[in-house]
Design a protein around this ligand. Structure first.
Ligand code: SF4
Length: 131
């Protein structure tokens, strides 16, 4: 399968991206050719969308730990509830490192709301009780 997509601001060059949407794992070649996005190697629309996003604006779910005060454990595992743009991951990690959560915490509790104004929350990945 191949596709051509017109974009306003595309990164230069090309990337070979392994699609992780299904176990087939197609290798998708994505290239900016004179402002036109050329894609080859994907087998379906979902893979095309995944490779396009990975090339134009890659995002990741952020997983890390946060300090806890008076908790049964000193740290709690946390994650973003939506993928964060890759270029914002470092700033999001800094914000999490500067935050101390209070117990008791239930899995899914929002520990940082709207981190960096991205409309993404940092949530607890487990329960945590007091000491
Ligand atoms: S391109 Fe389609 S078939 Fe290939 S790995 Fe991605 S989702 Fe699966």
């Amino acid at each position: 399968m191949s596709a051509k997509i017109k974009e306003n601001e595309l990164p230069e060059g090309f990337k070979d991206i392994r699609c992780i949407i299904c176990p087939t794992g197609c290798l998708v070649h994505v290239e900016n050719v004179n402002g036109e996005l050329i894609m080859e190697g994907h087998s379906c629309k979902r893979g095309e969308e995944y490779a396009r996003e990975e090339f134009v604006a890659p995002k990741r779910i952020l997983t890390t730990t946060m300090l806890v005060e008076n908790g049964f454990l000193p740290l709690i595992p946390v994650r973003s509830d939506k993928p964060i743009p890759k270029e914002k991951l470092r700033d999001a990690l800094k914000k999490i490192a500067q935050t101390v959560a209070n117990v008791p915490i239930k899995m899914g509790d929002i520990l940082i709301e709207n981190v960096l104004g991205l409309e993404i929350n940092i949530i607890a990945s487990r329960d945590l009780i007091e000491i």
